[in-house]
Design a protein around this ligand. Structure first.
Ligand code: F6R
Length: 586
């Protein structure tokens, strides 16, 4: 995790770096720091917590060479000394790192200078470079020799006050790209902080070292052979990266979901047909983490019900353990909003070694996952900044519905259905936005909240419980409604909220019976349905839709419920504790 940014070029204000860093905070926000070349010296700043209020010193700085980092702690506690940039003893080298150095203890042993300021693995990299620079090597040679010794994942930015016309960037298993502008060159973990400056990017590959100067750059491999990397112009579908009229990104992203359904209309039928042919007669495996894993559960349901294919869904961190038992004609379908999640990338790389075909569904253009894939479907839902995934989930689920239909030759029919559904989604928001806020007030002091559903709606229960727990920190758990009586009922007592996701379908009465069993033990029943029932203590009213599409509308009020509960509890839903948007560690 962690976000890094760097710039070399014409003189810019210090706040350009902190503004960009703020846009990277979704990758980690335990602490942050910057280092600037200022009057031939390195000036650095570090702080714990989020970027709130820029120090006066940074506001006054003008610099042509700078780096910054926002941290999600892995090695070493959250503290000012462990924050990046790490700066050398002589104050002439500064480095930021995203990733994990697996062999840092061995390397530490070999270093002659064992005086470390921090507890981080990253400072070892700085020390390695420092030793080599002190023995007379150029910064570029010192960096390239040092990175050859590292095991693990690293995106690095390094500069020296003694070679002030160079910024060095290294990428290995952590994301890094260059953003080309008329005034200079940026390096960053992703495109988001650079969206105001450029749409021209160089996507570095694993094992790349970039030597960046004011107006040009060269890329080398670790053996110092020069490699050609193209500048790619990204025609962005991205919506405004600001919060607009909303208090939080999460709320904005929830409200954008009707438009996300509309954006499905811009998907190319040809791409869907090609992917359909690839998966038609294959063994299909969906992999993903968190919300993307949950979206995969709907993929499984859609493919088996609509297309007659019975895929498996495997949590990406578990996938490598089953890879040996997977048949040769398998297709791996990786789901990831960011396209940078370490567990997904690791699984995909291992699957590729077995010559399995990789299809991915990704939001971030040209992300690592997209580049590793044989075929890609882009979510096109715009930047998702809130740490809790909302609109990306809606996009994933609707595109999986479209794909399953496309396998059956019903691409256009499904497009029309999704277009229609976008109007229903607007209705759902209007119907529930105030009442759900009221409901969040009721549940905010609960110790536990349970979500139950059967069949497809168990997936909604899982996703809704993930949303509530991750941003409100209330214990929330999902159960298949029928499994309540096999143990979990012991957890029910007076006023424990049980959210029952139950459209009036074939399994409605069974689900309702399970709700009644919970109610008999004191539970407060929150019904999420297209029909009210006397057993519901609170009713979230939804319109009638095709039962396969019900999850796409029922998740909306439950996302809102999680959001308002977090806000009532004064927890920032955009930046929940201990989490990060892009989980680039295994
Ligand atoms: C939950 C959430 C996470 C992500 C997970 C995978 O709201 O955001 O569970 O879904 O970390 O991230 P991606 O989809 O980027 O691979």
């Amino acid at each position: 995790m962690c976000g890094i940014i760097g710039f070399i070029g014409e003189t810019i204000k210090g706040t350009v770096i902190t503004d960009a860093l703020k846009k990277l905070e979704y990758r980690g926000y335990d602490s942050w720091g910057t280092a600037f070349l200022s009057e031939n010296k390195i000036e650095f700043f570090k702080q714990t917590g989020q970027i709130n209020g820029i120090p006066e010193k940074i506001k006054k700085i003008n610099s042509s060479l700078a780096i910054g980092h926002t941290r999600w702690a892995t090695h070493g506690k959250i503290s000012k000394v462990n924050a990046h940039p790490h700066v050398s003893v002589n104050n002439d080298l500064a480095l930021v790192h995203n990733g994990i150095i697996e062999n840092f203890s061995e390397l530490k042993e070999k270093l002659s200078d064992k005086n470390f300021f921090s507890e981080t693995d990253s400072e070892v990299i700085l020390k390695l470079i420092e030793e080599k620079v002190n023995s007379g090597k150029s910064l570029f040679n010192a960096v390239s020799e040092s990175v050859s010794l590292l095991k693990g994942s690293f995106a690095l930015l390094v500069f020296s006050s003694k070679e002030k016309d160079k910024l060095i960037a290294v990428k290995h298993e952590s994301p890094l790209l260059l953003g080309i502008t008329e005034k200079g060159i940026f390096a960053a973990s992703d495109q988001i902080p650079l969206s105001n400056f450029t749409n021209q990017f160089v996507f570095l590959e694993d094992g790349d070292i970039a030597l960046i100067e004011k107006n040009n750059f060269k890329v080398f491999d670790f053996s110092l052979n020069e490699i050609k990397r193209e500048i790619i112009k990204v025609e962005s579908e991205i919506t405004s990266s600001g919060k607009l009229k909303y208090s939080h990104f999460m709320l904005k992203e929830i409200m954008e979901q009707p438009f996300v359904l509309k954006s499905v209309l811009s998907q190319e039928e040809k791409n869907f047909n090609e992917i359909s042919s690839l998966i038609k007669d294959s063994n299909l495996f969906f992999i993903g983490n968190g919300t993307s894993f949950n979206a995969g559960l709907f993929g499984k349901e859609f493919f088996s019900r609509i297309a007659g294919i019975n895929p498996q869904v495997i949590e990406a961190s578990e996938f490598p353990y089953v890879l040996d038992f997977i048949p040769e004609n398998s297709v791996i379908f990786a789901l990831s909003q960011s396209g940078e999640t370490a567990d997904v990338l690791d699984s995909v790389k291992k699957a590729k070694k077995k010559n399995l075909k990789i299809i991915s569904m990704v939001n971030v253009f040209n992300s690592s996952l997209a580049r590793l894939s044989d075929k890609v479907i882009y979510l096109n839902c715009g930047e998702e900044i809130g740490v809790a995934s909302t609109k990306a989930f809606t996009s994933q689920v609707s595109l999986l519905y479209l794909l399953a239909n496309s396998v059956k030759g019903n691409f256009n029919k499904a497009l029309n259905e999704l277009n229609e559904l976008s109007f229903k989604m607007t209705e759902v928001i209007e119907l529930n936005k105030n009442s759900v806020k009221e409901l969040s007030h009721k549940i905010k002091s609960s110790k536990d909240v349970f979500f139950i559903g059967r069949s497809l709606n168990y997936g909604v229960a899982l996703e809704a419980s993930l949303k509530l727990k991750e941003i409100s920190y209330i214990h929330a758990e999902a159960f298949q409604a029928g499994s309540l009586k096999h143990g979990p009922l012991a957890l029910i007592s007076d006023n424990v909220p049980v959210v029952v996701i139950a459209p009036k379908d074939k399994v409605f009465s069974d689900t309702l019976n399970n709700a009644i069993q919970a109610k008999a033990r004191g539970a407060f029943i929150i019904g999420v349905s297209d029909e009210n029932n006397n057993e519901f203590d609170f009713f979230i009213k939804l319109p009638k839709v095709n039962e396969l599409l019900f999850p796409l509308i029922s998740i909306i009020p439950l996302q809102l419920l999680a959001f308002h509960t977090a806000v009532f509890l004064e927890r920032n839903p955009d930046k929940p504790k201990n989490l990060a948007k892009s989980v680039t560690v295994k």
